[in-house]
Design a protein. Structure first.
Length: 113
């Protein structure tokens, strides 16, 4: 599956046709596994975090919101098979991750990144 950062940041409208965001040349297309819960933006607006439920395990991917570039150094692996919920603390550096292992047990992790 390919994921466009620009598409994730595009405004959503209800009841009316949504305008397609302009292409700026800063868009990033990144191959990810199954995308988990809704992506989140850091409190300062500089990062977009996307839950990736890939075949090799779940992780939280980071992207620069200005350039759309993936930030592999800021990717955070989690101890869950599938991320079902994702929140970012007000400090911008603490993930609250809900997930499941083998679809049988649920877990909650608090991860500093």
């Amino acid at each position: 599956m390919a994921l466009s950062v620009a598409a994730l940041l595009a405004p959503v409208t209800c009841g009316a046709a949504a305008a397609t965001p302009p292409v700026t040349g800063n868009e990033a297309i990144v191959a990810v596994g199954a995308v988990g819960p809704k992506p989140i933006v850091s409190p300062d607006g500089t990062r977009l975090y996307v839950a990736d439920n890939g075949s090799s395990g779940a992780s939280v991917l980071a992207f620069d919101t200005t350039t759309g570039a993936a930030l592999p150094a800021e990717t955070t692996d989690v101890d869950e098979d599938e991320i079902t919920g994702l929140a970012l603390g007000p400090d911008g550096h603490t993930f609250h991750v809900a997930g499941t292992n083998n679809a049988a047990t649920a877990g909650l992790q608090i991860i500093q990144h």
